[in-house]
Write a protein that binds this ligand. Sequence first.
Ligand code: CA
Length: 225
Amino acid sequence: MRILIIEDEPDVAAFVKKALLEENHAIDIAHDGVKGEDLALSEAYDLIILDLMLPQKNGLAVLKTIRKEGIQTPILILTAKGNVPDRVAGLDAGADDYLVKPFAVAELRARVRSLLRRQSGDKISLLKTGDLTLNTVNHEVRIKEELIELTSREYSILECLLRNKNRLLSKGLIAEHVWDFHFSSDYNLIEVYIRRLRKKIESKSQQKIIHTIRNSGYIIRDIEE
Ligand code: CA
């Protein structure tokens, strides 16, 4: 998934980025409110992590603009402002969750997982088709019982396709959700990763899992076992 962090303190931004990279997400960072708002309005994110005290434009104003523009991306406020009126103002302005600094990295990751699940409509953390399962909590991918070793990019692409089961995804759309901002223009790499993924998965599975739709993209269909 692709996540935007709007946070002016470089240490905090780097810490959050590292925590989420370990969960195989693609991360963009904006260090002020104006840049953050620009990115939130122009790029496709699956989640936004928003600080409140920001230079140029404060987080609450950024949040209000994002919602006013009709963008429904889940937003997690991550701030030192922990009193009740601040929390209420953030949630009432359209944030989905609120985490107060200092925070435990395990809790941040769990809240991010929860927001991403909620967004995709999954109540459970197991994504499935046929004999393939992907566990979004521990990142294990299995064919039947057998564990399949994937790189983090391969995992991210597979997760993206599985979360959007039965939907045709263009290379551009996959890239937008899997690569960060610096790499999102390189759509052709997707072909390379899909080829590797197929080799690892479909050699073990009884079924064809990733279907190519020529000149359009890729789709994983629901297969009843
Ligand atoms: Ca700040």
